[in-house]
Ligand binder design. Structure first.
Ligand SMILES: Nc1ncnc2c1ncn2[C@@H]1O[C@H](COP(=O)(O)OP(=O)(O)OP(=O)(O)O)[C@@H](O)[C@H]1O
Ligand SMILES: [Mg+2]
Length: 238
């Protein structure tokens, strides 16, 4: 049986001009940070921007942006919470810091449900913050939101590059469009260019290691002033 929510998702996303998923390999490489900075940069350029935290087990975009949790407005669907010029949807809006011990079908259901209930309206850009790895949620998002473009975050670490390589292989197998690789926490020369070349992908550029990010967490205006945000603005594929 076809899940009726699949048809609803198309309607919900019908007014969204462009969807960019921020993905990568391992956890902790800065996907959420880059997704939040990208959403802020887009909103600052006057684009109508949404940010969807697809990390259902450990959502953090509301923490990075300092968005309060609490049940969003509801009327034939749920409006994303407007914060710092960005419309945010996250499981954390509903669950706060309560753990959501989801697995298997329950995860797929949560992704479907959030996609089906969120009223994004007219958007120029919807940023999807993907969970680490290639688990259920990442695969579900690829399936349910087929017109995503992928921004792939990597770092100067050999270990991270190996996990990113797997992601790039999967995206290639599925014929998913890759906007390019973004090297986060850049410290010097690295193997990012070689990795991009393996897949005929572009290197969008790099965002330096920036220790000011920690103190700016939860404060969008402070985030905007960081060197990391400035570097991202210069290379953001908007
Ligand atoms: N360019 C940077 N310089 C310094 N610290 C950074 C940088 N980018 C991210 N960080 C820090 O690294 C930590 C992990 O970042 P983040 O949560 O964005 O990673 P993630 O890839 O989304 O992780 P997960 O896969 O677990 O969701 C955070 O504390 C963040 O502030
Ligand atoms: Mg994250």
């Amino acid at each position: 049986m076809i899940d009726p929510r699949l048809a609803v998702i198309d309607t919900r996303l019908a007014g969204v001009r462009r969807i960019v998923a921020v993905t990568g390999g391992k956890g902790g490489i800065g996907k959420s940070t880059i997704a939040c900075l990208l959403a802020l940069a887009a909103a600052d350029r006057g684009l109508r921007t949404g940010l969807f935290d697809l990390d259902l087990t450990s959502p953090t975009d509301h923490v990075i942006l300092g968005a309060p949790t609490g049940f969003p407005d509801e009327e034939f669907g749920i409006d994303p919470a407007m914060h710092a010029g960005v419309g945010l949807m996250s499981l954390a809006l509903f669950a706060g810091s309560t753990p959501a011990p989801l697995r298997g079908d329950a995860l797929t259901n949560a992704v479907l449900e959030l996609l089906a209930i969120t009223r994004w309206g007219e958007l120029d850009l919807l940023v999807l913050d993907m969970p680490p790895g290639l688990g259920d949620t990442a695969l579900d998002a690829m399936r349910f939101v087929p017109r995503c473009e992928y921004l792939v975050v990597t770092t100067p670490s050999t270990v991270v590059r190996e996990t990113v390589r797997r992601t790039l292989r999967l995206l290639k197998e599925r014929g998913a469009p890759v906007l390019g690789l973004l090297e986060n926490m850049q410290v010097g020369e690295s193997g990012t260019a070689a990795l991009a070349a393996e897949f005929g992908a572009t290197v969008l550029g790099s965002v330096p290691r920036d220790d000011a990010l920690e103190a700016a967490t939860g404060d969008p205006d402070a985030l905007r002033k960081t060197a990391a945000a400035a570097a991202l603005r210069a290379i953001a594929p908007l």
